[in-house]
Design a protein around this ligand. Structure first.
Ligand code: PMP
Length: 399
């Protein structure tokens, strides 16, 4: 087959299975209103949990940061590492309670780079089956024996730790702290206990936890801090700056030695252009706002509780999630697409999530709440959800 014929056939197959992905073009970042195709929609699909993507102070800092140069001009190790990057790393280390941190240009690359630097042939990588694609791809690429366990199943995790001990070599356990398509939290305290017992290294992806949750001492340090775990218990903490920080990029935080090691061995860090200085400046400003305005996390918490109470009363198919990610499990791809289209007609933008992002038969609406939503907006979404789910015969009990 020619290239064109091959592409056409594969795209057609995607369409027939209701798995074809359509790009939506927004006029600007949602706040949470967004203009799509000339129409104003209320969005419940961004990861801008604290509403910082459109915060005037963050945008002003980012503008000012651009005066340092539009781009970093080279990889970090050549001449792409600026003072602003170093300051951001120090700030991240401080707010995560770690000795040091390293900034990557994306979370995807941070995960792949870190896993491949830490384990390889002769070692083991143990993962939760619902891990984010970037952790899965890191596990595939690194060359270590890849062992998986059912979602948050501690018994399954322990069995894989035993297998890994028989295999020999080093063992890295990698999990999401907050699951990106489910919203639930990993049982991190128990997982850290198991890792200690089996001498394995725990890596937690805090993409959806950083900035949105933490402890009273470290309010931004995510589910790891919420579980009361320090650097010894979770030696490798990864987080992204594209979600609660409202920007782009990512970090790994841990011991000074871990960071020094990643600078030497994490190929997606070494061989890529440094983060634009403006982005680093915007991220620094976002972290300042996060620290100075704890009410944003409080508002988010209230919105989550409000949504769950009202959705529960309407018997919407909620999942077990205490985070800003509140999926409604519908099961069937076709139904998810129809309900999402109806919601858009009614003025709401909600993510329709289908395989391969989630397992077959578990297609869902992914509703994300932010500190910028008002209760009236959430009420309006709930009324639209109730009406569209009824219209398309989506049962309250997940199928
Ligand atoms: N990990 C998780 C859990 C994520 O949800 C994402 C973003 N979708 C990433 C990693 C990748 O981060 P980035 O968008 O910065 O590449």
């Amino acid at each position: 087959m020619t290239l064109a014929e091959t592409l056409r056939a594969r795209l057609q197959e995607r369409r027939e299975r209701n798995l074809y992905r359509q790009l939506k073009t927004l006029a600007a970042a949602p706040s949470p209103r967004a203009v799509v195709d000339g129409r104003e929609l209320l969005t419940f699909s961004s990861n801008d949990y604290l509403g910082l993507a459109t915060h005037p102070e963050v945008i002003a800092a980012q503008r000012e940061g651009a005066s340092l140069g539009a781009g970093a001009t080279a990889s970090h190790l050549v001449n792409g590492h600026l003072e602003i990057h170093a300051r951001l790393q120090e700030k991240i280390a401080e707010v995560t309670g770690r000795e040091a941190a390293l900034v990557f240009s994306s979370g995807y690359m941070a995960n792949i780079g870190t896993i491949c630097a830490l384990v390889g042939r002769g070692d083991n990588i143990i993962s939760d089956r619902l891990n984010h694609a970037s952790l899965i791809d890191g596990a595939r690429l690194c060359g270590a024996a890849s062992l998986r366990f059912a979602h948050s199943d501690l018994g399954g995790m322990e069995r894989q730790l035993q297998r890994a001990a028989q295999n020999g070599g080093n063992t890295l356990v990698a999990v999401d702290g907050v699951y990106s398509m489910d919203g639930d939290l990993a049982p991190l305290a128990e997982m850290a206990g198991l890792c200690r017992r089996y001498n394995a290294w725990l890596m937690v992806d805090e993409a959806h936890g950083f900035g949105a949750m933490g402890s009273s001492d470290l309010p931004l340090a995510g589910s790891v801090a919420a579980a009361g775990l320090d650097q010894d218990a979770v030696p490798v903490m990864m987080g992204t700056l594209g979600k609660a920080a409202g920007n782009a990029g990512a970090f790994v935080a841990g011991s000074r030695e871990l960071i020094d090691y990643l600078v030497q061995f994490a190929r997606p860090y070494v061989y890529t252009t440094g983060m634009p200085p403006a982005v680093a400046a915007g991220c620094l400003a976002a972290i300042d706002v996060m620290l100075r305005e704890p009410e944003r996390r409080e508002l988010l918490k209230c919105n989550i509780a409000f949504f769950r109470t009202r959705a529960g009363a309407l018997k919407l198919p909620l999942m077990e999630s205490a985070s800003a990610i509140q999926p409604l499990l519908l099961g069937c791809e076709k139904k998810v697409m129809a309900v999402a289209a109806e919601l858009q007609r009614l003025g709401f933008l909600v993510g329709a999530i289908r395989p391969p992002t989630v397992p077959a038969g578990t297609a869902r609406l992914r509703i994300t709440l932010t500190a910028n939503h008002t209760q009236a907006q959430i009420e309006a979404l709930l009324a639209a959800l109730d009406a569209s789910l009824r219209a398309f015969g989506a049962s309250a009990v997940p199928v």
